[in-house]
Design a protein around this ligand. Structure first.
Ligand SMILES: *Cc1c(COP(=O)(O)O)cnc(C)c1O
Length: 429
């Protein structure tokens, strides 16, 4: 396990992160609580950065995977920009000190307000907009025209490759709503002359998430390279998206070195582009996924003949991935003594009134785990807190950052008052 989850392991028989005992945190900040390792985040980022050495590159962290300000600041200090998908993420990027020239704006449905905010961000505007349709291109041109500005654009190409991942997180097949096929791209190009406020400089792709093989990426990169040669337009940069998978269970995700090697081969010095293109990446999960865990406490054990239920204080509103995609998250006891002794098939469920509220099904867990014991739900650093909600009027958990052998709360636990903010507060009088 320590091989998969580099920064989390048992130390003196207690599950720990970078030497910090997670039981201490659970007792001090309460549960459920999201925990992130600063060392893991920076190390995952640096691995990618190192692999791209020799290329003119920019790594824009896909902040929809984890948008905590302290996490963003940490990555920004390490040199990262952000890949944003909303005005809210642009606002967060600003708060975290991410500079304008390192922000790319993705997403199929940007509003005019969001376009305006991107164009005027920090007085100079963001690096680029990844445009996903001809309608969006015209709308962006109009907004830029009203502001007497020019929008730097990458057209998002849908290369029609099957990334062989979960259908909900697959984005580069023709039938998806994302990007444009070859004909749509050419259609955009044919209208460029009328679009005085568009500066077309790039082509982008993003074929899906949690990719466990490089071969669909290789196909996509090659189709992208071919398209760039085909279009009679000077391209300055390619945005290769994100999507590299991580190990949740026993999956073997592609090695970062191999991924970078592939980028070098298709776009680097020895390629037909001779390193002339700037390379942008939008990794999310690969940086944040295994850097985080969700700490939880067992409320009750419910014994059944076929299997027991452990009812925990974290639920689908805190971590929705199992309910939404049927995703697997490893669940480990905080005390190593529970790794030994008699195991029983166990359903690990939350308190929410939905049968889809499970975190783990049929897990082999110690029969001795009981009310009051703590568990860690692993690989929860990506699409964990950011997808959380308040269903069942459950305040969202706090976020805790472990750094240099210490921990600090980087987002407070929500209060009951937070739940009703903005609702007829006069009712209380
Ligand atoms: C979600 C998303 C990403 C990040 O995906 P990961 O699988 O977390 O790396 C990158 N680019 C775009 C356009 C996205 O929508």
């Amino acid at each position: 396990m320590s091989q998969i989850f580099d920064f989390y392991d048992y130390k003196n028989k207690v599950f720990s992160c970078n030497g910090v005992n997670l039981e201490t945190i659970a007792k001090e900040v309460g549960t459920p609580a999201y925990i992130y390792s600063a060392e893991a985040l920076v190390s995952n980022f640096n691995k990618l950065q190192k692999g791209l050495k020799g290329l003119n590159s920019l790594i824009c962290f896909a902040m929809k995977s984890n948008s905590n300000l302290s996490v963003l600041r940490l990555l920004a200090e390490a040199g990262a920009g952000t890949d944003i998908v909303s005005g809210g993420e642009l606002f967060r990027s600003h708060q975290a000190g991410v500079s304008a020239e390192k922000i790319v704006f993705s997403g199929v449905g940007k509003t005019k307000e969001e376009m305006k905010n991107g164009l005027t961000f920090q007085g100079k505007g963001i690096h680029s907009f990844n445009v996903e349709s001809i309608a969006e291109l015209f709308a962006l041109n109009q907004v830029a025209k009203e502001l007497h500005l020019k929008a730097t654009v990458a057209l998002r190409f849908n290369p029609d490759v099957d990334p062989k991942t979960h259908p909900y997180i697959s984005t580069g097949i023709k039938k998806n709503k994302f990007g444009m096929d070859r004909a749509e791209i050419f259609n955009c190009l044919s209208h460029l002359k009328q679009l005085d406020h568009i500066r077309l400089e790039g082509i982008s792709i993003h074929i899906g998430s949690q990719l466990l093989s490089l071969s669909p990426l290789k196909d996509a990169f090659e189709r992208l390279a071919h398209l760039i040669e085909e279009i009679q337009h000077p391209i300055q940069f390619v945005d290769l998206g994100g999507g590299i998978g991580i190990s949740y269970q026993l999956e073997q995700p592609p090695k970062i070195e191999d991924y970078c090697q592939l980028i070098h081969e298709v776009f680097g010095e020895k390629s037909k582009f001779n390193s002339k293109l700037k390379i942008i990446l939008e990794p999310g999960r690969q940086i944040s996924g295994n850097a985080g865990v969700l700490l939880t406490q067992i409320l009750f054990r419910k014994q059944r003949r076929s299997q027991d239920f452990l009812i925990i204080d974290a639920a689908m509103n805190d971590l929705i991935r199992p309910a939404l995609y049927g995703s697997y998250h490893e669940i480990v006891p905080i005390q190593a003594v529970h790794l030994e002794g008699k195991m029983k098939k166990t359903m690990v469920v939350g308190p929410v009134c939905e049968s889809s509220d499970f975190i783990g099904k049929s897990r082999k867990l110690s029969q001795n785990l009981k009310s009051g014991d703590f568990l860690a739900i692993l690989s929860a650093g990506a699409y964990g807190f950011t997808m959380s909600g308040q269903y069942n009027s459950r305040p969202r958990p706090p976020e805790v950052l472990i750094q240099n052998g210490n921990f600090r709360i980087v987002r407070k636990r929500e209060s009951f008052e937070d739940l009703i903010q903005g609702e007829l507060s006069s009712l209380r009088h």
